[in-house]
Design a protein around this ligand. Structure first.
Ligand SMILES: Nc1nc2c(c(=O)[nH]1)N(C=O)[C@@H](CNc1ccc(C(=O)N[C@@H](CCC(=O)O)C(=O)O)cc1)CN2
Ligand SMILES: Nc1ncnc2c1ncn2[C@@H]1O[C@H](COP(=O)(O)OP(=O)(O)OP(=O)(O)O)[C@@H](O)[C@H]1O
Length: 196
C-alpha cells in the first residue's frame, strides 16, 4: 500500500508540474467559476482554502471573491513535528505579506490571528477519484481533520482535472482511515462522488 501511494503521489506531482503557468492560471479561474456556479458556500459560512505550494491549483482568486461576499476566510496551520498532528485553521486577512512560514514550506496566518472552525473548505490534493477519495502528501493532516469534523463540514477537493486517477486504473489507493470528500471541483467541472 505504501508503495502504491508513493507511486501515485509521484505521478500526481509530475502531471501537475507539467502544466504551463498560463494554463494553470486559466484552470484556477475555471475552477473558481465552477465553485461559484455549482457549489458555493452558504451565506455567512466560514470558508477555508490553502496557500498553494508545489504547483497546486491556486484557490486565491476564489477566496478573494468569497471574502468580498462577506465570508470569513481561513488558512490551515500545520503543526510542528513535535506537536500532535492536528491541523488548525486561522482567520486570514487576504494579504499574502501577513503570512508566516510554517513546517514543510507551508505559509500560514500569524500567531494572534483568531482560530476558527470552518464550515466549508477547499482541500488540496495530489490525486483523486470519482468515489471522492483523495491522496495528499502523506501527513494524514486532512484525513484526521475530516474524520474529527464528520459530515457537518463541506470538504471540496480542489484540483486540476489531470489529477484524476481513473477507477478503471484502481482509483486512489485507499485505507480505512481515508475519508471521502463531499465533492471535487476541477477546471473541467464538479464531480459528485458515486458511492460504490
Ligand atoms: N497548500 C497546502 N497547504 C497545506 C497542505 C497541503 O497539502 N497543501 N497540507 C496537507 O496536509 C498541510 C501541510 N502538510 C504537508 C505535508 C507534507 C508536505 C511535503 O512537502 N512533504 C514532503 C516531505 C517533506 C519532508 O519529509 O521533510 C514530500 O511529500 O515530499 C507538505 C505539506 C496543511 N497545509
Ligand atoms: N483519522 C486518523 N487517525 C489517526 N491516524 C490517521 C488518521 N488518518 C490518517 N492517519 C495516519 O496518517 C498517515 C498518513 O495518511 P495518508 O497516507 O492517507 O495521508 P494523506 O491523505 O496522503 O495526507 P494528507 O491528509 O496530509 O494530505 C498514515 O500513517 C495514517 O495512519
Amino acid at each position: 500500500m505504501a508503495v502504491r501511494k508513493a507511486e501515485a503521489r509521484a505521478k500526481g506531482l509530475t502531471r501537475r508540474r507539467a502544466i504551463p503557468p498560463e494554463d494553470a492560471r486559466k484552470a484556477a479561474e475555471a475552477a473558481c467559476a465552477v465553485v461559484l456556479r455549482d457549489a458555493p458556500p452558504p451565506p455567512g459560512a466560514i470558508v477555508a482554502g490553502y496557500w498553494p505550494m508545489r504547483g497546486e491549483l491556486d484557490p486565491g482568486p476564489l477566496l478573494a471573491i468569497l471574502a468580498e461576499r462577506g465570508h470569513p476566510v481561513a488558512l490551515p496551520v500545520t503543526p510542528p513535528a513535535d506537536a500532535p498532528p492536528c491541523l488548525r485553521f486561522r482567520r486570514w486577512d487576504g494579504n499574502p505579506a501577513s503570512l508566516a512560514p510554517g513546517p514543510f514550506k507551508t505559509r500560514h496566518p500569524p500567531e494572534g490571528a483568531p482560530d476558527v472552525q470552518p464550515d466549508w473548505m477547499l482541500v488540496p490534493l495530489l490525486g483523486f477519484d470519482r468515489r471522492g477519495q483523495r491522496l495528499g502528501y502523506g501527513g494524514g493532516f486532512y484525513d484526521r481533520y475530516l474524520a474529527a469534523r464528520g459530515p457537518a463540514l463541506t470538504a471540496l477537493g480542489f484540483a486540476f482535472a489531470v489529477q484524476e486517477i481513473p477507477l478503471a486504473d484502481g482509483g486512489v489507493p485507499c485505507e480505512p482511515h481515508d475519508r471521502p470528500l463531499t465533492a471535487l471541483v476541477t477546471d473541467a467541472g464538479i464531480i459528485r462522488p458515486e458511492r460504490l
